[in-house]
Design a protein around this ligand. Sequence first.
Ligand code: GLU
Length: 480
Amino acid sequence: MTVRVRFAPSPTGYLHIGGARTALYNYLYAKATGGTFVLRIEDTDLERSKAEYEKLQIDDLKWLGLLHDEGPDKPNPKYAPYRQSERTEIYQKHAQELVDKDLAYYDFCTEEELDAMKEKAAAEGRDPVYEGKWKDPAFHQEALDRIAKGEKPAIRFRAPKKSYTLNDKVKGSVTYPENMVGDFVIVRSNGQPVYNFCCVVDDYLMEITHVIRGEDHLNNTVRQLMIYEALGAKIPEFAHVSLLIGHDRQKLSKRHGATSVNLYRSEHYLPEAMCNYLCLLGWSHPTEKDIFDKQDIVEVFSLDRFSASSAMYDLEKFKWVNSEHIKKMDNASLILLIEQEPETEFFRKQSPEWKNACVELLKRYAQFITDFPKLVNELILNDDPEITDPLKEILSWDTTPQILAFIAEETGKVTSEFISEAELNGWMEHVKKIMGVKGKPLFQGVRAALTGHDHGPDLKFLIPLTPVRVLKNRVAHLNK
Ligand code: GLU
C-alpha cells in the first residue's frame, strides 16, 4: 500500500503552530514511508476563507520546508481539484447517491422546528437528536414533490443505531456509544456541503491512507466513520495527536503569546529549529535526542512514538532549540543569514576569513540570527565600555596601570587594521616576562585593557577580530 497523507488547512487565518505541527507529522510520515503528501484547502466556509490566507499558509509551509507533493498548485489529474470550494458538485453527487440508497434523506424542517426539537430535548434533560418527520421514508415522495416545485431541502444523513470503535494510532481504542449522535446535515438547503461530509468524500476519493490531525477532531470522527461506511469506503488509519497547551495547562491560544508561524518567522527563528521543536511536542525520538533536522528523523519517524498526553508549549525550550541549531549550522549559511540582517555594514565589509572566524566564535553565544549583529557591536565594536564594579576592581590592582600603559603604547604603534594572534601572544609574553605580572592580574589585566570587560570570549579569538582603532579607544577610555 502506498501511503497517502494530507494536510487540510482552512484558509481562515495565518498558519497556526498547531497546524504547522500537524503538517510536519504528515510530511514526515510521507517521507518516512515513500508516500505522498497532499495539501488540500478546506475552504467550505466561504465567508471566513480568503485566498490571501491560503497563499500565506502555503508560504509558511514552504518556509518550514514542508513541501507538498500534490495540491492546488501541483495537481494530480486523478485527484484534482484540491480546493473544497471547487468540489461542490462532487459532494452533491455523493450526497445524492446516499439519498438514493436511503442512507440520507431530504429534510425540509425549518429553523423554528429544529429549535423546538432542541428545546424539548433540553427540557427533558437529554442531548438533542433530530426527530423531524422527514426521517420517515413515507415522506420521501412529498419531499420529491416539493423539490419539483423548486423548493430546496437540506440533505440529512441517517446515523446508524450502533456503536463505533476507532483504533486510533495515538489514543488507542476509542468507543463512541450508540445514539451519541443523531441524524446530521451533510448538505445545507443552500447546496453547501458541511465539513464532516466533504472531508470524508475527499479522503476517500483522494485515497488517503492515514489521517494524522489534532485531537480536537476526535469528536468529528464518529460522524466521519459513519459516512465512510455509507460510502462503502475503506476507513483510513487515524492518528489524533495530542493538544498543545500553555503553562496554565489550557489549550494553546493567542493569550499565550505568539501562536502563528509567521510571527516566529518575522522574529528570525530558524525554520529547521521550528520543525525540530514542533516535532518534539507530542513525538519523541527513539534515542530520546532533542536536536535533529527533518532529514535525520525521516529514517526513524513512525506513528507509534506519539504521546497521548497534551504537550506543553514552552517558548524557553523553543529558544534553546533555536540556539542549538545555530551552533550546528555551517558558518557559510550563517554568514548568508547574518548579512541579510540590518545594521551589519561592518560585518559585510570584512574578509571571508574574518567572517568565518567571527561566526565560529560568536555562534555559541547567539540564540537568534539577530543576536549576531548585537554581539558584534557589544564585543567587537564597542569602544566605550561601561565601567562596571568588577572592572573597577581590576583597574584598582597595582599591576593594571602598567598594563594599560603598555597596551596603549603597543596599540599606538600598530598601523594595520587588525592584530594577529601572534602579536597578541607577544604582548602577553611581554607583560608576563618583562613586567613580571602573572596569573589573574596578567589575564584579567590584559582582558580589561583590550576589551573593557572583566569576562568574555577567549582573547586569542576575540582580539584578532577587533579593529585596532577600537582597541586604542578602549584603552584610552580606561586610562582616563
Ligand atoms: N480543515 C480542518 C482544520 O483546519 C482539518 C480537518 C482534518 O484534518 O480532517 O482543522
